[in-house]
Design a protein around this ligand. Sequence first.
Ligand SMILES: [Zn+2]
Length: 283
Amino acid sequence: MRIHHLNCGTDCPVGGALFDGRSKGPLGRIVCHCLLIETDAHGLVLVDTGYGLRDVAHPHSPERRIPLPWRAMLNIRLHERDTAIRQVEALGYRAEDVRHIVATHLDFDHAGGLEDFPAATVHVMAREYDDATGPKRGFVARNRWRPPQLDDVARWRRYGAAGERWFGFDAVRDIDGLPPEFLLVPLPGHTWGHAGVAIRRDDGRWLLHAGDAYFYRGEMRSATRACTPGLRAYQRLMEANRRDRLTNQERLRRLSVEHRAEIDVTCTHDPVELEALQAGRAL
Ligand SMILES: [Zn+2]
């Protein structure tokens, strides 16, 4: 298999390094790190989709695909060239070649491109699907999940949390239609139905895409957690359950330290992690 690390969305929040820890100017740079995996027998697999074509063309009307308060807060930049479909095409493939999409969760900045791949089965935790498509309580819930991004998805496959043990986590081992090298790893906290996606590379090393279970590189691979104030505040704003979020983040941090030789742990929104993986450098 071959894994491509794509950026399918860029946010430039006012605050610069207070968000990303490195920008010199007033604007930061937050990415939407998605994976595109070329498999031998199962077509193309996407992990998350970032913003999609319909988000770029009509972000706010006639349907409210991108919530305006978040558009302003994150200073979201919408470019067609950033969409997963355009990047798939640039690699010489067509939308139909994407047979599976594994979704860490269904927030608007992760699910916007689902409808650009009508032949794909979308795999997601059942709780996430229920929360995203059902009745919603509260300002954050009504804005983070945008039904217009989801209602044209043809095939959903939903999963309960039960599964096998994987490095101390419970993992769903039977993702329908995918080989055992793909695991859904429930990591609730950011949302109740949030999950990471683990992929075993051909050389035996695992890549764990932890979605929004953490946001900043300093939260992994070191003895103590470090996070910028902007991303710390954003994670608190978006959390469904603080105790679960912090517990799972701590478990991930320990995993990234104690099993560094076996596993790469990465997240959605850190640009430094994305650049390292795109360049084939160690995290
Ligand atoms: Zn996100």
